[in-house]
Design a protein around this ligand. Structure first.
Ligand SMILES: NC(=O)c1ccc[n+]([C@@H]2O[C@H](COP(=O)([O-])OP(=O)(O)OC[C@H]3O[C@@H](n4cnc5c(N)ncnc54)[C@H](OP(=O)(O)O)[C@@H]3O)[C@@H](O)[C@H]2O)c1
Length: 239
């Protein structure tokens, strides 16, 4: 029986890359999106052509709305019959210092980046007998810079949740995290931005998305690995 993965935010960018990589590795996929409908339907069509023997289904959920998030795991399991891997990748990423952060922005970051992964992890653990969870955090969790205050706090919280969940849910579930540095250009920046960031890391280079994809394989393949965080940031978290 083919294994099933749910990847949140899989229409574009890193979530799409992760989904594409898992499809290549033989997984059936629950493709989650919120607003990128053209991208997700084009992506599903491409996957169905490339991998005609695998199953791909699309699920639309606003992860900022708890009533919607609370239905997602059940919908996926009803559709596929089971779920083996949850990748929490969808996120809000907006700058603002402590003084600039509105309560609404704090709540939005917390809902999408922390509370929704919590809901999905809890529901997965309550419904399935076993499985694994990979939370996409951010190398920013290591520092106390406040230029992305509510984003950074949401990701710090996600890492704390990862460790607590890993302990509670073992030995039936493994729960790990990946903390990328800048692996894709943010809105309004080009490739030179990534090169500039990379030069300022200890390793002076960035292997970009590949480093995240290899880390996902590493986590999946190591059957006793849980409660771990892999930084994919050229060593920037050491600074
Ligand atoms: N890109 C990087 O260099 C980098 C660096 C460090 C960490 N990360 C982490 O890696 C992950 C992916 O990064 P990314 O840059 O690819 O992400 P992104 O472009 O900022 O957003 C990814 C997805 O999040 C979904 N999303 C946003 N708000 C949502 C909501 N309310 N409900 C449901 N989905 C929502 C969007 O779905 P729709 O488009 O369908 O609306 C979008 O496709 C994130 O967790 C991010 O924090 C990325």
């Amino acid at each position: 029986m083919a294994k099933v993965a749910l990847i949140t935010g899989s229409a574009v960018r890193l979530g799409r890359e992760i989904a594409f990589h898992l499809a290549y590795s033989g997984w059936d996929l629950a493709l989650h999106y919120r607003s990128s409908s053209k991208e997700i339907f084009d992506f599903e069509a491409e996957l169905k052509i490339r991998y005609p023997d695998q199953r791909f289904h699309i699920f639309q959920t606003d992860l900022g709305v708890k009533e919607q998030t609370q239905n997602l795991i059940k919908q996926v399991i009803d559709r596929f019959g089971h779920l083996d891997l949850l990748v929490n990748s969808a996120s809000v990423f907006e700058p603002s210092s402590l003084k600039e952060t509105s309560t609404d922005l704090m709540i939005r970051h917390m809902m999408v980046n922390y509370v929704s992964p919590f809901i999905l992890m809890r529901d997965f653990a309550n419904i399935a007998d076993n499985g694994q969870i990979i939370n996409i955090a951010d190398a920013r969790i290591k520092n106390n810079k406040s230029d992305y205050l509510s984003y950074s706090l949401s990701k710090k919280s996600l890492w704390e949740l990862t460790k607590m969940a890993a302990l509670e849910l073992a030995p039936h579930f493994r729960v790990n995290a990946i903390a990328p540095g800048a692996v894709l250009t943010p809105a309004g920046k080009d490739q030179r931005y990534l090169e500039k960031v990379a030069v300022n890391t200890p390793m002076k280079i960035s292997s970009g998305v590949n480093s995240v994809l290899k880390s996902i394989d590493f986590i999946i393949d190591n059957e006793d690995l849980t409660g771990q965080l892999i930084y994919c940031d050229g060593g920037a978290h050491l600074l």
